[in-house]
Design a protein around this ligand. Structure first.
Ligand code: KG4
Ligand code: ZN
Length: 358
């Protein structure tokens, strides 16, 4: 079964071709992130225009790399939400047109579920086992899901304000780092570790400034609450207050980035591990752009191994938006969309997609 998946929810145009849900035949992604960089965030109008110019070449390149033609493709799949309306329309209308012209079945995939299925692109003998606790962490979403089987999922909770990736992007901006903020914050944060260790080991005499470095801690919102919700806007505000106060001269950018990353990762990992324990998960999976963060990956792996629950995270190129994850999710989804009826749904969440039984 060969599925061609299209992803166009934001600033990436992705086409992935996947065999039997697990083997990548092609993964082509065009990103307009470089254009958005100079504005410090995605400009929806520009993202949509870039989708229009990329969709046909990216699809052709995908088929070319897989050495296939449309005749060899068994099914088409498209992410129909959530995302930016203008961007979504391009992928959804392209997929509908291709399905009609080449008379192929079409599967409509929730982009967020796609992030989960990036973890199924691996050896068939090593797939995540149900029940799965899935942490989805991207620029627009932070959600915890309990999956009892393919298409059988329950939303456990999510962020009440900023998404984790959004917090990384905003803090990067406050610290004067580039966009997208996650990789920049991670890079700068890693520089602080060695420096801080060296400073503290030399500081037997302990000046006041070094003492205060030891007590510099950002809040971990909702970490102790008995629910699976998150809130990240407070951490971001605490960073902004710190930067705008005189304290900023005491701490370096790398120290602030490091403590910020620690705060976000600690909350995400604690609540995910708690959910896995409570629901007796057999696997923990993480997906979405923030899943590319190596500190988050290793913290989840350590937490999972204490409970003897394996933790799956996709390779970095499948953590960010791509068409492979959409094709992989479609393989396990048994319902088809009518190409004459399907509409992009920018506000799609889990309640809606759980109604789509498969
Ligand atoms: O899933 P994604 O590519 O697009 C959305 O669906 O939103 O996620 C993009 C988000 C951005 O906020 C970006 O800063 C974040 O993922 N991100 C990271 C890292 N790489 C990307 N956040 C933390 N650490 C990273 N290494
Ligand atoms: Zn995404």
């Amino acid at each position: 079964m060969i599925i061609l998946g299209i992803e166009s929810t934001c600033d990436e145009t992705g086409v992935g071709i996947v065999q039997d849900g697990v083997a990548v035949l092609a993964n082509v992604v065009a990103s307009s992130a470089a254009i958005h960089k100079k504005y410090g965030g995605v400009i929806p109008e520009i993202a949509a225009r870039e989708q229009v110019s990329s969709i046909i070449p990216v699809t052709q390149e995908g088929l070319h790399r897989a050495r296939l033609t449309f005749g060899d493709v068994d099914q088409l799949a498209v992410a129909f939400g959530p995302g930016l309306l203008g961007s979504l329309l391009v992928g959804v209308e392209a997929a509908k047109t291709l399905a009609i012209v080449f008379t192929k079945p079409l599967v409509a995939v929730n982009h967020l579920i796609g992030h989960v299925y990036a973890n199924f692109v691996r050896e068939i003998s090593n797939l995540p086992q149900f029940p799965i606790v899935a942490l989805i962490v991207s620029g627009g979403h932070t959600d915890l899901l309990l999956m009892k089987g393919h298409g059988e999922y329950r939303w456990l909770g999510g962020t009440r304000d900023d998404a984790a990736g959004e917090a990384f992007d905003k803090v990067a901006r406050i610290l004067g780092l580039g966009y997208p903020g996650g990789p920049e914050v991670e890079k700068v944060a890693s520089q602080s570790l060695d420096k801080l260790r060296m400073t503290l080991s030399k500081s037997k005499g302990q000046s006041q400034s070094i003492k205060s470095k030891r007590f510099f801690k950002l809040p971990r919102p909702m970490i102790g609450e008995d629910n699976f919700d998150f809130s990240f806007s407070g951490i971001k505000t605490a960073v902004a207050n710190l930067v705008h106060s005189r304290q900023f001269t005491v701490y370096s950018k790398s120290e602030i980035a490091h403590e910020f990353q620690e705060a976000i990762v600690e909350v995400l990992a604690k609540k995910t591990i708690r959910a896995a324990q409570k629901f007796r998960a057999k696997s923990i999976v993480v997906g979405g752009g923030v899943a590319a963060n190596s500190v988050l990956r290793s913290r989840l792996t350590v937490g999972g191994s204490r409970l003897r629950i394996p933790v799956f995270s996709p390779p970095k190129d499948l953590s960010i938006d791509n068409g492979v994850m959409i094709a992989a999710a479609a393989f396990w989804q048994k319902n088809f969309a009518d190409p004459l009826i399907l509409q992009a749904d920018p506000t799609l969440h889990f309640e809606l997609s759980t109604r789509l039984r498969f």
